[in-house]
Design a protein around this ligand. Structure first.
Ligand code: 5GP
Length: 113
């Protein structure tokens, strides 16, 4: 059972502002946005951390990047966007269901904090 907050969003037990969905992927707005556009792109399958991705998950994980491209097209984002996936608490991971942060709408600094 996926008891993370993202599992609840996938099962529609809690609301989310969904911007994209396909067979293996769901994307919705982050409730604590770090940029004017901040979307979380997640696999419907529970994978807790990037470090636990297996060879069986490669298509599912690749689909996250495909969804990012589709979202950029849908939202007409032409100025660039950043895709980030945190692995582990030290790197900032707080929800243990992998997710790609899609950030856009402002100049993004590098290196990140
Ligand atoms: P992490 O820190 O694990 O890389 O990212 C988790 C993200 O999930 C954070 O940016 C946080 O704001 C977001 N988040 C946490 N709870 C919820 C929620 O209930 N709904 C939505 N849409 N985003 C959430």
């Amino acid at each position: 059972m996926n008891n993370t907050v993202f599992g609840k969003i996938i099962r529609r037990e809690i609301p989310a502002d969904i911007v994209y969905e396909d067979n293996s992927t769901l994307a919705f707005k982050d409730t604590s946005p770090q940029a004017p556009i901040h979307i979380l792109i997640i696999p419907k399958k529970l994978i807790d951390m990037p470090q636990n991705i297996t060879t069986q998950d490669l298509e599912i994980v690749g689909n996250l990047f495909f969804a990012a491209k589709e979202i950029a097209k849908k939202l007409n984002i032409t100025n660039g966007y950043r895709l980030v996936m945190n692995n582990g608490e030290e790197a900032g991971q707080s929800v243990f269901h992998i997710h790609l942060h899609f950030l856009a709408g402002r100049k993004l600094n590098w290196p990140p904090g």
